[in-house]
Design a binder for this molecule. Structure first.
Ligand code: F3S
Length: 400
């Protein structure tokens, strides 16, 4: 990889040890993936925030980098707890202390602790064609596919290194040739609910793996459906980008000649719902909504469904979102409706990166395909995957 004189100097330690370490990470990545050079980026989204996922070794590494400042707009992915309501969640003090240390270290570097996997819903939204370095897989897929920005699936360390240097190696989804479709999917099933798009993404992600699917036949998908599709594709496969006819800015200009095609039928949709669930009936301990973090329209939807009802005594209804969305939901009355019904809205974290496995939950109902994929392994729960309406209904009844 060709480096400029300034980049060589950074690599040789002319600008301090932290910048040297960051440059070493970028150069190593660039050499592995045969990048020709480093390119400037405008935005970074840093994953590797939850103490549950990074542990003491991760905390130590962030501490070792924390004397430097980031040079571009950078925000954090969800942490392992609500930064205000962690006691109410049942987070142990020791976990909270470590988590707050991680947040402080990032904040000292200038990374904004929005602690959300949907930065694009709260003002951190790159434009078409911008090169960025994001690491949360659902946000990466959304950025490439819906915003038309260009990012690889960064790891936490490479994202932080990119934020410090302001550059990333030029390979993968930064290049036109890697943004071409590898599988055409004609969607015959009627997909309407956000969870339908999750079910679609979970099936196609498994088939296409780390390729680029091109979807046609989907009518007027909403923004919540697009984020649900992105999250499921990224979780079940290694998808970093999809094309959706009429949505993805580059979809009209791709070459589909010779690209393998398949259909996604109503039967495929039903089968995907079944495959994503590990149980279908019985008591449910917790119902979770907000993976990726709930948007305002999702907050409104849940508030409308639950208003005037009561969450069952032995069941919890937890909604995860960003602080900005929660504050707006409070102003619009949605938070009040949810709380009066016995539900709670948590920010800064989610059911996957919070230590949910320590809360004694055995069975979770969820409207997110990504959450259903990760729930059994990371949160040690059985999962029932369903529409938002079914999930809220289960929260009220206490069982499926
Ligand atoms: Fe976001 Fe957590 Fe889901 S980070 S995409 S809510 S697993």
């Amino acid at each position: 990889m060709e480096l400029t004189t300034g980049e060589e100097g950074t690599l040789n330690g002319d600008y301090g040890q932290v910048k040297q370490k960051a440059m070493e990470i970028l150069v190593a990545l660039g050499e592995i993936f045969k990048a020709d050079r480093l390119i400037e980026i405008s935005s970074v989204q840093v994953a590797g925030v939850s103490y549950k996922t990074i542990g003491d070794a991760g905390l130590e590494w962030i501490r070792s980098m924390s004397s430097e400042q980031v040079t571009v707009q950078a925000t954090l992915n969800p942490a392992g707890m609500d930064l205000h309501l962690w006691k109410q969640m049942g987070i142990p003090q020791e976990f909270a202390d470590k988590q707050l240390e991680i947040i402080d270290a990032y904040t000292n570097m200038g990374v904004k602790a929005i602690c959300s996997c949907t930065p694009y819903l709260t003002g951190h939204s790159p434009k078409f064609g911008e090169h960025i370095a994001w690491s949360e897989s659902s946000a990466v897929c959304y950025a490439n596919s819906v915003l038309g920005a260009r990012t690889n699936r960064e790891g936490g360390p490479s994202a932080l290194a990119a934020a410090i240097i302001g550059k990333t190696p030029n390979y993968g989804y930064h290049l036109d040739e890697n943004r071409q479709p590898t599988l055409r999917v004609n969607v015959e099933a009627s997909v309407y609910e956000e969870s339908d798009f999750g079910a679609l993404g979970a099936t196609i992600g498994r088939i296409v793996n780390n390729g680029v699917p091109y979807f046609s036949g989907v009518k007027n998908p909403g923004a919540d459906s697009l984020k649900s599709l992105a999250a499921a594709l990224a979780a079940s496969g290694g998808v970093a980008m999809y094309h959706l006819d009429g949505v993805t800015p580059e979809a009209a200009s791709v070459n589909l000649d010779g690209v393998e095609a398949r259909t996604f039928t109503q039967e495929d949709l039903s089968a995907s719902y079944e495959q994503l669930s590990t149980f279908q009936s019985g008591d449910v301990d917790v119902v979770t909504i907000g993976c990726p973090h709930a948007s305002m329209s999702e907050m409104k939807k849940v508030a409308t469904l639950i208003k005037g009802k009561k969450v069952a005594k032995n069941t919890k209804l937890w909604i995860f979102t960003s602080l900005a969305t929660k504050l707006m939901a409070e102003r619009f009355g949605y938070l009040g409706d949810i709380r009066r019904a016995g539900g709670e809205v948590y920010t800064d974290c989610c059911m996957v990166v919070a230590p949910v496995e320590k809360f004694g939950f055995k069975r979770m109902a969820i409207n997110s395909a990504k959450g259903a994929i990760y729930g059994p392994s990371t949160s040690k729960v059985d999962v029932l995957f369903g529409t938002t309406g079914r999930c809220v209904d289960i929260a009220v009844k206490g069982h499926a």
